[in-house]
Design a protein around this ligand. Structure first.
Ligand SMILES: NC(=O)C1=CN([C@@H]2O[C@H](COP(=O)(O)OP(=O)(O)OC[C@H]3O[C@@H](n4cnc5c(N)ncnc54)[C@H](OP(=O)(O)O)[C@@H]3O)[C@@H](O)[C@H]2O)C=CC1
Ligand SMILES: O=C(O)[C@@H]1CCC=N1
Length: 280
């Protein structure tokens, strides 16, 4: 990871360093970001000790202390915790005025700004867990106080762990949630189902799992690198009147496309619902 936008890497405090936040900073460190510029907070000492050991980051249970030392804060607690965590942090945030990034599903910039005491540069981010292996996909929205330099810093942080798509309307982050935020789970489910089908067809569990995972990996890699669109790649697997055609017809007949559309819309709608439920 290069640091063209800043001579000295910024100190970044991850408030609530759970699955998602640690996937981001784990990926950043893997890409070369200095671990001593990352502060991670959580409630339990066990969580923090595991993070220290695995990534070499600085840790503390004191969120305000982490904010006091940071140029950028990444809020990574569950949406249901966000109000209380922000209210407790408001004095430290107002004193330091860091760039505020939230990865929480649903919670709007308006709620965050109100809970943190106002007049802040806020970026809302919808990342996903494959950031941990450098293949993340993040959607980003910035409020009007965010400077070009802060956008560039955010790009630098997240392109180290995957692709970045900025959206110009905050509401579109709910669409991003339904596609790429929740999306890894859809693909894991498909792998689980393919593995189970392999077992039903007589393969042993280990073989079925290895074949299912490698097939998902190969298909994604081909879709990513090929000059052809996914539909063309699919057609190239289907020999006329062959085996794949039977399987694809079975999926189409069972309404796979409609199922995927309903699932993505359900995730997206839940993000909007969380925003309404938790705005206070
Ligand atoms: N998981 C995913 O795929 C994605 C998640 N997100 C968003 O990321 C956020 C976190 O989700 P996820 O990482 O899965 O959840 P986790 O439960 O793994 O992480 C939450 C972390 O917050 C810590 N925490 C809780 N309360 C406090 C507090 N008061 N002060 C400091 N830390 C605290 C917890 O610490 P402790 O371990 O000590 O309990 C835990 O480490 C959510 O808002 C979610 O919407 C966004 C995109 C994808
Ligand atoms: O399930 C959730 O609510 C979070 C947000 C997107 C992925 N995981």
């Amino acid at each position: 990871m290069t640091h063209q936008t800043s001579a000295t890497p910024r100190t970044i405090a991850f408030i609530g360093a759970g699955n998602m936040a640690s996937a981001i900073f784990g990926g950043m460190i893997e890409a070369g970001y200095p671990a001593d510029r990352i502060i991670a907070t959580a409630r339990s000492r066990d969580t923090l000790e595991a993070l220290e050991q695995r990534y070499g980051v600085t840790t503390t249970q004191d969120n305000a202390d982490a904010v006091a030392r940071a140029d950028v804060i990444v809020l990574g607690v569950k949406p249901q915790m966000m109000h209380d965590v922000c209210q407790a942090l408001a004095p430290a945030v107002q004193e330091r005025k860091p760039l505020v990034i939230s990865v929480a599903a649903g919670i709007t910039c308006d709620s965050l700004e109100r809970w943190l005491g106002g007049e802040l540069a806020i970026i809302r981010c919808m990342p996903n867990t494959p950031s941990l292996v450098g293949v993340g996909a993040s959607g980003l929205y910035a409020t009007s106080r965010v400077t070009d330099e802060q956008r560039a810093l955010m790009d630098e942080m997240l392109t180290a762990v995957g692709i970045v798509e900025w959206v110009e309307e905050e509401g579109l982050l709910e669409a991003v949630t339904g596609i790429s935020g929740s999306g890894p789970a859809y693909f894991f489910l498909f792998i689980e189902a393919l593995e189970a089908a392999g077992i039903e067809l007589g393969l042993d569990a280990e073989t079925a799992r290895r074949l299912a995972i490698q097939t998902g990996r190969g298909a994604a890699q081909m879709a990513f690198t090929s000059e052809h669109e996914p539909a063309e790649l699919r057609r190239r697997v289907c020999s006329p009147n062959g085996t794949t055609e039977r399987a694809i017809n079975s999926f189409e007949g069972d309404g796979l496309r409609e199922m995927v559309s309903r699932a993505a819309k359900a995730s997206s709608a839940r993000a909007a619902e969380l925003a309404r439920e938790l705005d206070q």
